[in-house]
Design a protein. Structure first.
Length: 424
């Protein structure tokens, strides 16, 4: 999180909603109650592998999803883009233009009686990531995650052993109908294929998982081959504990779902390609959601952007989020929300006044919090690095205690974050 102000915003969900709780009712319009991402920053949008073999751009992390106010997604994405511009040392006027482009892209999805699903030409930074995504294979995925085409998960800094009870519970989950249906969903897999347990391990994947139970599950898909042989292919599944969302439910809209089912339903409403590839379950008194990892699932990183690419990305991602919201509304609902967004615009900025005013406050708040975060968490490590001293490994109890800090709960570690896309 100390890598840049933009990286800090990715992990500051708690701080964002503290501001919303303090100012939201008077500063932010009340949009129609629909499923929202709840943590709509740039890193949570990107290429998603479709079960039919193609790749689409969607929301890709729905841990915070609820039926809530769509204005929260719009504001959080505006904040993420603004901090990316600041981390790239772009002038303040660029932030204003990026905000205009974000709103323009978002509004485009609400024009007409049906949601416009036209696929526009991708902005250059997203086009680069998309080209990487479509070329990737399962071998790439296994090499990145497991260090190669393995028949087991190698324990170490990232993967820790499960207890006997945990391992047994995970293994017993594999042959169940929801998991078999999930794994055989891909178009190139036989519907009646057998799914066999291979290995499983606790996955220390990143700060978003600290304090939570997360498991990497390796299975084999066994299908009929040629001449009465069997075709075996590896599949890697991610089992993640779901806990209460920080984003607020719209009044009276909380249906009392398990947290795993909440994430599952939100994904199906906001990101159909991802939602179809998910399941949920109760495992050892934990609510979990499960998805198969595909090689096409990548993040868009905007650590360094130019004025032109920043504006193009803002428009495009605004359109992606607008479509995710608009699909859930009928024509009258889309027109009403579009009219609300169009209100209160000044002569100098083609974006809602409430959005700009809230954005200015949030940027200032997060800049201050980012510097304080660096002082508290990164300064000691930096000093050790300058002295060429290797830091002591953090004992597990201390690591768990660190999750009590809201700023440590919801961002992936720098070690897990993909390398930033260059040339942006």
């Amino acid at each position: 999180m100390s890598r840049s102000a933009h990286a800090y915003v990715r992990g500051s969900t708690d701080q964002f909603y503290r501001w919303v709780e303090a100012h939201g009712e008077t500063r932010i319009p009340l949009g129609p109650p629909i499923w929202i991402c709840g943590d709509c920053h740039v890193g949570n949008l990107g290429p998603i592998g479709h079960h039919e073999g193609r790749t689409v751009i969607e929301l890709r992390d729905l841990d915070q999803t609820v039926v809530g106010n769509p204005a929260h997604d719009l504001l959080r994405l505006a904040l993420s883009l603004a901090m990316a511009a600041r981390s790239s040392d772009l002038p303040g006027v660029t932030t204003a233009r990026i905000t205009e482009d974000l709103v323009a892209g978002y509004e485009r999805a609400f024009v007409g009686d049906t949601v416009d699903e036209t696929v526009d030409e991708l902005p250059q930074p997203i086009r680069v990531v998309m080209k990487q995504a479509v070329k990737r294979t399962t071998k790439h995925l296994l090499r990145e995650r497991l260090g190669g085409k393995r028949q087991q998960i190698k324990l170490g800094p990232r993967f820790w052993p499960l207890t006997d009870a945990e391992r047994t519970a995970v293994a017993e989950l594999v042959p169940t109908r929801p998991i078999r249906k999930l794994v055989t969903l891909l178009a190139d897999r036989h519907d009646e294929a057998r799914v066999e347990f291979v290995d499983a391990a606790f996955w220390a994947k990143g700060c978003s998982s600290l304090g939570l139970w997360r498991v990497a599950l390796l299975v084999e898909v066994v299908e009929p081959g040629k001449k009465r042989t069997e075709k075996r292919t590896a599949s890697l599944l991610d089992l993640k504990q779901a806990v209460g969302a920080r984003s607020p439910w719209a009044g009276g809209m909380d249906p009392g779902l398990s947290h795993g089912e909440r994430v599952f339903r939100g994904a199906n409403s906001l990101a159909p390609a991802l939602g179809l590839r998910m399941a949920h379950a109760e495992l050892l008194d934990r609510s979990v959601f499960i998805r198969e990892l595909l090689p096409q699932d990548l993040k868009v990183e905007l650590d360094h952007i130019s004025v032109e690419s920043g504006r193009e990305v803002a428009y495009y991602l605004g359109m992606v989020v607008g479509r995710a919201h608009g699909r859930q509304l009928d024509p009258a609902g889309r027109r009403g929300w579009q009219a609300e967004i169009a209100k209160r615009r000044s002569k100098t900025l083609d974006a809602p006044g409430w959005l700009w005013q809230a954005l200015v406050e949030l940027v200032a708040t997060h800049e201050q919090a980012y510097l304080e975060h660096c002082r508290r968490y990164a300064l000691a490590t930096d000093r050790l690095g300058q002295a060429d001293v290797e830091a002591e490994p953090i004992p597990l109890p201390a690591l768990v205690e660190a999750t009590d800090s809201p700023s440590m709960q919801s961002v992936e570690s720098a070690a897990d974050a993909p390398a930033p896309v260059q040339g942006m």
